[in-house]
Design a protein around this ligand. Structure first.
Ligand SMILES: [Ca+2]
Ligand SMILES: [Ca+2]
Ligand SMILES: [Ca+2]
Ligand SMILES: [Ca+2]
Length: 426
C-alpha cells in the first residue's frame, strides 16, 4: 500500500474517469475535460467566461450576468486545485442534468483537502456563496461528480458529499430537484445520500453527487455548505480529499416573433412587463439569443387592447401605456413593424425610462409615412441597462421581452383637416 495519498488519489481518480466517460458521467470532470480543453468558439459569438482561484471564482454569462463564487473554508480545509472546466457550446446531453447540455456552461472544479475527518460522521468542508450582479430567478445548480474516495479496495475511505442551503439574499431559498441525483435525496434545505453503503464501486449515486437542483426564488445570492460523510472500511486510508464540481445556469425569456425580426433573450430577473414573465427553452442552454419555436404564441397580454393600433395616422403620434413591475430604474423599448417588411427598423422604435417602483410606462411613436394596414408585430423589451435594449435583438442581463401580433389599421389624415390647418395658418 502506498502511504502517499497524493499518488493514491491520482490513481483512483483517473480510474473513475475511465469508467465514467463510458457512461457520460465523467468524474472528476476536470480530469476528463482537461484544463485547456474545449475553449469556446470565437469570432464574435457570445462567450461564457470563468476564472477560478482558491478564494473565489467569477463568471460572465452570454447574457451579461456576472456571478462570483466566494469560498469560505472550514477548519483546516485547503483548496489544493482550483480549476475551470471551460465553456463548451458543443457539450453533449447529460442524463443527470436539465438543461440536458448544462455542461456547456463553465464549471468551478475544486479539490478540497486537509479537512477534519470524523470517522463515519459528517464534516463541514467549505461554504460556497454564489452572488449575481443583478437579481436572477430560480437559478439552477448543477453538480457533477462531487465526492472523494481514498485508498484501494479493502482499505478504502470514502467521502460521500452533502450540500446544505445555508443562506441567501433577500432570504435563504429552497431546493427543488430538477434531474439526476441517483442515490441522493433532495429536500427543501439539503441534498444528502439516501443511504451510505460502504464498499461499492464509486460512480454517480455512490459517493458522488450528480444532478440538477433549482434554487427557488428571485435572488442576488445563495450559499451552500459542502459537507463530507466519511465511510471508513478498515482504518485510515490516506489524507482526506473531495472534488467539488459546480456550475449554474439561469432562466431566460426569449422572443416569439418570426425569425426575420431577430432573436432577443433576457436573463429573467426582478423586472417584468405585465403580470408575469415566462421562462423559455428550459431544456437546453444556448450561447446565442433565441426565439420560441412558435408553439407558444407569445405570452398572454390581457393588458394589450385589441384596438390599441387601430386608426393610426402617418405623421401623427400614437401612445401605448405598458404595465411594468420594476423595483429598480429601467428602460422600456418598443418596436412596431409599421411598414410590415418583417424587420424592426430604427424609425419604428420608441423608448422611455422607467422609474424605481413604477407600475407603468408610456411609449410614444411618430407613425411613419410608410405604415401599412394589416397584421404585424410589436416587440417590447424592458431591461435595467439601457444599452442592452438599444437593438431589437440580442442578449440582456435583466428584464423581459414580449412580442405581440397586432392588427394595424392605417388611416390617412382627412383632407379637410389639412385644409383647415392650412387656411388657419394663412
Ligand atoms: Ca418569451
Ligand atoms: Ca410579461
Ligand atoms: Ca419594418
Ligand atoms: Ca416575455
Amino acid at each position: 500500500m502506498l502511504p502517499n495519498s497524493q499518488l493514491t488519489r491520482g490513481i483512483v481518480a483517473l480510474a473513475f474517469t475511465a469508467t465514467m466517460i463510458a457512461s457520460f458521467t465523467a468524474i472528476p470532470e476536470a480530469l476528463a475535460a482537461g484544463r485547456g480543453a474545449a475553449s469556446e468558439s470565437r469570432g464574435g459569438a457570445p462567450e461564457w467566461t470563468m476564472t477560478n482561484s482558491s478564494a473565489r471564482a467569477r463568471s460572465v454569462t452570454p447574457s451579461g450576468v456576472v456571478m462570483t463564487v466566494e469560498k469560505t473554508l472550514h477548519g483546516p480545509t485547503t483548496v489544493s486545485r482550483a480549476d475551470t472546466v471551460k465553456a463548451n457550446p458543443a457539450a453533449p446531453p447529460d442524463e443527470y442534468l436539465i438543461p440536458e447540455n448544462a455542461k456547456a456552461a463553465p464549471a468551478v472544479s475544486d479539490l478540497y483537502e486537509n479537512f477534519n475527518v470524523r470517522p463515519n460522521g459528517w464534516t463541514d468542508i467549505v461554504t460556497l456563496t454564489f452572488t449575481f450582479s443583478r437579481p436572477v430567478r430560480n437559478p439552477r445548480l448543477h453538480i457533477a461528480g462531487t465526492g472523494g474516495s481514498a485508498g484501494y479496495e479493502g482499505d478504502r475511505e470514502d467521502y460521500w458529499s452533502g450540500l446544505r442551503l445555508s443562506g441567501g439574499e433577500p432570504s435563504t431559498p429552497t431546493f427543488s430537484k430538477v434531474a439526476g441525483f441517483p442515490g441522493f435525496e433532495v429536500t427543501d434545505s439539503e441534498i444528502v445520500p439516501a443511504d451510505v453503503i460502504p464498499g461499492l464501486e464509486p460512480t454517480c449515486g455512490v459517493i458522488y453527487m450528480c444532478g440538477t437542483a433549482q434554487v427557488n426564488g428571485t435572488l442576488t445570492s445563495f450559499s451552500v455548505d459542502l459537507r463530507a460523510r466519511n465511510v471508513r472500511l478498515t482504518g485510515p486510508a490516506g489524507d482526506p480529499f473531495m472534488w467539488g464540481v459546480f456550475r449554474v445556469t439561469l432562466e431566460e425569456d426569449d422572443s416569439d416573433a418570426p425569425g426575420s425580426y431577430g432573436a432577443a433573450s433576457h436573463a429573467v430577473s426582478d423586472l417584468r412587463i405585465g403580470d408575469a414573465v415566462t421562462a423559455d427553452n428550459q431544456q437546453t442552454v444556448s450561447f446565442a439569443p433565441r426565439r420560441t419555436d412558435g408553439s407558444d404564441n407569445g405570452e398572454p397580454a390581457q393588458w394589450l387592447r385589441d384596438d390599441a393600433f387601430q386608426r393610426v395616422t402617418p405623421g401623427r403620434r400614437i401612445r401605448l401605456r405598458v404595465p411594468v413591475d420594476s423595483p429598480s430604474a429601467a428602460t422600456l423599448a418598443g418596436w412596431v413593424d409599421f411598414d410590415r417588411d418583417g424587420h424592426f427598423d430604427r424609425g419604428e422604435l420608441a423608448r422611455t425610462g422607467v422609474g424605481e417602483r413604477d407600475r407603468g410606462a408610456a411609449l410614444t411613436w411618430d407613425v411613419p409615412r410608410g405604415a401599412r394596414s394589416g397584421q404585424t408585430w410589436l416587440r417590447l423589451r424592458l431591461a435595467h441597462d439601457a444599452r442592452q435594449v438599444t437593438q431589437p435583438k440580442g442578449w440582456a442581463a435583466t428584464g423581459e421581452v414580449e412580442d405581440h401580433q397586432i392588427a394595424l389599421d392605417v388611416r390617412n389624415a382627412p383632407k379637410r383637416a389639412y385644409r383647415h390647418r392650412h387656411y388657419r395658418k394663412l
